[in-house]
Design a protein around this ligand. Structure first.
Ligand code: UDP
Ligand code: MG
Length: 312
């Protein structure tokens, strides 16, 4: 029987003390019958991540690395790994061991059962900070309210995809990547498995608050133009209300003595409408800005150094 090859894709940004441990843990948990290939993507690390990877490579020929010219972000690092994977299936997981390697056999089993995508969903009970859980819940509620593609709340970037899905994903070259949304959008036979995230092995989280906000904005604007439509509807409602109020103002000026004391309501409505206009302009600007940046068709990432033979 031909042995199947599993590609393990790991984005790593300043994870010098994690990559070697992760490699060992994954090796321990992958069932015997599979060949493996590891693709570590060094996302512009400033610490010894690349050195650690080179050392790992010396002892283990199945280890490959791709090193970016700067920090291009987690999603682009994932894409680079998937673009270069050659396995029959590709498993992506974080470098910090929060995605439990003990679950690998379960993912592979589901793949053998015929699923093209096996993704995991975080089970946060009694885990994670209150703030992160709350913002994550709010984020998924908003994305699912606004978008036609449903993304399961808590879906993580710990997943197995078949070679075919990986190839299709590689054809997508949009700059603002939200891979879990794209996976949901792509279809295929999908299965979800719940997991309890482990503790970060070493180092601190690489997702700062501002990175999280940016990621959320991409998630929302990549899959829906509903915010534009909502702006339009809000504009209509306000314009109609303003018109009604205008008629009332004319009536009041002509037939009553109420006209002058109306300063308070006047200023309130001017400010309100002004505020709404700015908000709508902001929404339009967000999409326009994205179109502008997307139209440049810049590559998702730039590779500075790699030990892979084929690059792109
Ligand atoms: N990561 C990356 N580039 C970045 C930020 C993060 O490659 O700009 C990697 C990081 O090294 C880790 C994974 O993405 O392997 C998830 O990041 P992290 O564990 O810091 O996020 P958290 O688990 O706190 O959400
Ligand atoms: Mg983590």
């Amino acid at each position: 029987m031909v042995r199947k090859k599993v590609s393990i894709v790991v984005p790593a940004f300043n994870e010098e003390l994690n990559v070697t441990v992760l490699y060992a843990e994954v090796k321990k948990n992958i069932p015997e019958q599979y060949d493996t290939e590891f693709i570590f993507v060094d996302d512009g690390s400033k610490d010894g991540t690349l050195i650690a990877l080179k050392e790992l490579k010396e002892k283990n020929p199945e280890v490959f690395f791709i090193s970016f010219s700067r920090n291009f972000g987690h999603q682009n690092a994932l894409k680079a790994g998937i673009d270069h994977a050659t396995g029959d299936c590709v498993i992506s997981m974080d470098a910090d061991l929060q995605h439990p390697p003990a679950m690998l056999p379960q993912l592979l089993e589901a793949w053998e059962d015929g699923y093209d995508v096996v993704y995991t969903v975080r089970n946060d009970k009694g885990n994670g900070t209150f703030f992160k859980n709350l913002t994550s819940r709010m984020f998924y509620r908003m994305v699912n309210m606004l978008s036609t593609t449903r993304i399961e709340p808590g879906a993580a970037d710990f997943r197995l995809i078949s070679k075919q899905v990986a190839q299709e994903l590689s054809r997508i070259t949009e700059n603002y990547l939200f891979i879990r949304g794209l996976i949901a959008w792509m279809g295929f036979l999908q299965k979800s498995i719940s997991y309890k995230p482990g503790k970060r092995h070493s180092g601190k989280t690489k997702y700062s608050f501002s990175k999280m906000v940016r990621f959320a904005a991409i998630g929302i604007t990549s899959f829906s133009v509903k915010p534009l439509r909502i702006s339009l509807i809000a504009g209509f409602i306000i314009a109609l209300t303003a018109m009604g109020y205008g008629f009332y103002a004319i009536y009041a000026a002509l037939f009553t003595t109420l006209a002058l004391p109306g300063w308070g309501s006047l200023i309130a409505s001017v400010l309100f409408i002004g505020g709404i206009q700015l908000m709508v302009l902001g929404v339009i600007g967000e999409y326009l800005g994205k179109m502008f940046l997307e139209s440049k068709r810049r590559p998702n990432y730039i590779i500075k150094e790699t030990n892979l033979e084929k690059t792109q």
